[in-house]
Design a protein around this ligand. Structure first.
Ligand code: SF4
Ligand code: SF4
Length: 704
């Protein structure tokens, strides 16, 4: 064995040994998290891995940075084959992969190594420029606790650039050395190395020993840097290089399973801690999310709370989880860090008051993430939707909110009346339950109970929702939709006084206990009538009953009215007047339709069918990237004290389209956008889809 082989073997063994130690430690930290089985529907998970992980579909939604990152990722996959070849050469210097391959494959191998090395070099140079010179807002961080590790990022990017340069230096100077047969080397699929070798030689010939030496320097630089790079990853924000594909496979952000569904809590479990106040109360997947964050800031740039000046930054939430885990886990995980654990045990026993005691005395909640941040969230899912590595920031926010409400009874005082109303009256405004069906008076709409008494059944249950039942403005939407159902001869019924809130607002506000009581009550009523199909004009009811009720045995086909209207109109079942006004309409996407369920085309199609002479215009942020109205996540019941009002920001975007009508498909959006229009002193009417359709209903003639 030569000295060079010996040195390489030593370095390789040390590096791999340390890497194995680091990886084992990180996996041990994950075990601190709560169980969360994620091996269901492997087919969908593999599809996510292929599309989001390998094809980089999410990262490519943004040009510039997206293309650069995708190029680096794909380049790494290709260049890694050459790196493995080099590792083998470290032990067996004569190993030459292209020589083992048929000539065309050797050509492709060499060419791919060159093209992707240069591609990565260009992409990385651009990324360094972007971080150091252009520095877009989302890379600047949001102050304390939302650190952006520029130094680390630039170090890692510089190492990658040097790795690529070393490949090119090695191969171009190698071309200037004799081949294995002693004759000159012929480049094979190496146009760039060939050009570089000629460039380096210039008019001044380089001696063979010098060329050999420079080539070896290139080889060793690459070999050593690969090992250094590998060992830096576990200790830097670039840990995502190792974990993002795994994270994408295990993600729940793009399926499988119900997208956006909150996990049920076991309220019978014997525990003092509901939800999460520290990292050990989160699931292992939440902790893996922390490892996988690239700190790209796409989530924060899309967050309506953040961009309107609130404290909340979803990137900070995820980074805080990682920071807290790396701070606390070494003190708790057996074998992770024996010396520090010993200190922790001493601290717990009160024998020393040192740094470990301080660490154990802190919590993720309050010491890293404040209440103010948590209550600013509208649950719009823009963060989740934008994350290129399938992180679910919202899950952490929800778990911490649960802890605040259920374990600590800490929540904004404005929420108390909503909780009381839900608990005592079955609606968050404490309206009298007896008035729930009052909107239907004189409309000849049967209740389920009435139909049952007559021995009849409805095809469809119209679930009206609390807003649609009690809010004066939303009741007009309810009436309009009921008129359309009647005009289309749909055999439908309502629950009337038997309807009560399904509990979704309580769940989003962290009160899982109240939610489960309400949800189970609603399911009992629905199952009692053997309901199969439900239609509703509220996206929150639609999401809750269709996506989360199955957790408690409520299985129904739930259809949002935008989709149902589109079907009725497409089937020609809605009698409409000919012609109509030449409206210019801007449609505002509800988060619980557009992002949670990707229902974006159906409402637009319904509008186009019902209003054939209408012009549809789109606001700057639209469809699955539409800006939230600000009402979700319980924000409807909270004062918006900091920054600009989200509904005003959204209304400005809608008004900027020049539309003469704003269309919505959610009673909460209706309230928020109407308030926004008032705040802007504008006169643009805000109409629900069903109101726009109902306005064009052909009245039955006396003969008909
Ligand atoms: S769900 Fe919406 S409001 Fe909440 S953190 Fe994510 S982007 Fe921000
Ligand atoms: S959570 Fe996702 S989107 Fe947000 S900074 Fe991290 S990687 Fe980027």
């Amino acid at each position: 064995m030569s000295v060079s082989q010996l040195v390489y073997a030593l370095l390789f063994t040390l590096a791999m040994g340390f890497f194995a130690f680091s990886a084992r430690r990180l996996v041990a930290f994950l075990r601190l998290g709560r169980p969360d089985p994620r091996l269901d529907d492997v087919g969908t998970r593999l599809r996510n891995l292929g599309l989001i992980g390998f094809a980089q579909t999410k990262i490519l939604r943004e040009r510039g940075a997206g293309i650069s990152h995708a190029l680096v990722f794909w380049g790494f996959l290709v260049v890694t084959v050459g790196t493995v070849e080099q590792m083998v050469q470290g032990f067996w210097p004569a190993f030459d992969l292209p020589h083992l391959l048929p000539s065309p494959l050797a050509f492709v191998f060499n060419l791919s190594q060159e093209i992707f090395s240069v591609g990565i070099l260009v992409a990385v140079s651009w990324l360094i420029w972007r971080r150091t010179v252009a520095t877009p807002k989302r890379l600047r961080g949001e102050g304390k606790g939302d650190p952006v590790h520029h130094g680390e990022a630039i170090l890692i990017l510089s190492i990658i650039a040097t790795l690529m340069l070393s490949i090119l230096v090695e191969s171009s100077f190698e071309l200037l050395t004799p081949g294995p047969d002693g004759g000159p080397r012929e480049p094979l699929g190496q146009p760039i190395a060939r050009w570089l070798s000629l460039f380096f030689v210039g008019s001044d010939p380089i001696t063979v020993p010098t060329a050999h030496l420079v080539s070896r320097i290139g080889w060793w630089t690459h070999a050593v840097l690969v090992l250094v790079f590998l060992n830096l990853l576990p200790y830097s924000k670039h840990l995502h290089v190792l974990t993002s594909l795994i994270n994408t496979f295990f993600s729940n952000t793009s399926g499988p399973g119900p997208v956006g569904a909150m996990k049920p809590m076991d309220l019978e479990a014997e525990t003092d801690v509901y939800g999460a106040s520290d990292v050990e109360h989160l699931s292992w997947k939440n902790l893996l999310d922390g490892y996988s964050c690239t700190e790209c800031g796409r989530c924060t740039a899309a967050c309506p709370a953040n961009t309107t000046g609130k404290m909340l930054s979803p990137r900070k939430i995820v980074v805080n989880v990682r920071q807290r885990l790396l701070e606390k886990a070494p003190l708790l995980v057996p074998g992770a860090d024996a010396a520090r654990r010993g200190a922790a045990e001493q601290a717990a026993a009160g024998t020393v008051a040192d740094a470990a005691a301080k660490v154990l005395g802190k919590k993720l909640l309050d010491d890293y993430i404040t209440e103010e941040e948590l209550w600013a969230c509208t649950s719009c899912r823009a963060c989740v939707y934008e994350c290129p590595v399938s992180i679910d920031q919202l899950e952490v926010i929800n778990e911490l909110r649960r802890n605040l409400v259920l374990t600590e009874s800490r929540f904004p005082e404005e929420l108390m009346p909503a909780f009381e109303g839900l608990e005592q009256k079955g609606n968050p405004w404490s309206f009298a339950p007896a008035d729930r069906g009052a909107w239907a008076e004189g409309m000849d709409i049967p209740t389920m109970a009435e139909l049952q008494a007559r021995g009849e059944k409805a095809d469809v249950l119209f679930w009206v929702g609390c807003m649609g039942s009690f809010d004066e403005r939303a009741k007009k939407i309810t009436v309009a939709f009921a008129r359309i159902l009647k005009a289309a001869d749909v055999r439908f019924a309502i629950l009337g006084q038997e309807e009560a809130c399904h509990g979704d607002p309580a769940r989003r506000m962290g009160n899982e206990y109240l939610y489960q009581v309400l949800a189970k009550g609603a399911i009992e009523v629905l199952n009692g009538y053997e309901v199969k199909t439900i239609v509703t004009h509220c996206p929150h009811c639609f999401h809750q009953m269709g996506t989360e009720f199955p957790q408690f045995g409520g299985h129904y086909e739930v259809i949002h009215h935008s989709e149902y209207l589109e079907r009725l109109l497409a089937d020609g079942r809605v009698p409409l007047e000919q012609g109509g006004d030449k409206l210019v309409v801007a449609y505002h996407d509800s988060c619980y339709l557009g992002r949670y369920h990707e229902i974006t085309e159906q409402p637009r199609a319904a509008l186009k069918r019902a209003l054939p002479v209408m012009t549809l215009v789109e606001p700057a942020r639209t469809k699955s990237r539409g800006l939230c109205c600000g009402a979700g996540g319980g924000r409807m019941w909270m004062e918006e004290k900091d920054g600009k009002r989200i509904n005003v920001e959204r209304t400005e975007e809608l008004l900027a389209t020049g539309a003469d009508t704003i269309a919505v498909a959610c009673p909460f959006c209706m309230t928020m956008i109407s308030d926004g229009v008032t705040a802007k002193s504008a006169a643009t009417p805000v109409m629900d889809l069903s109101e726009l359709v109902a306005a064009r209903l052909r009245e039955p003639t006396a003969a008909s």
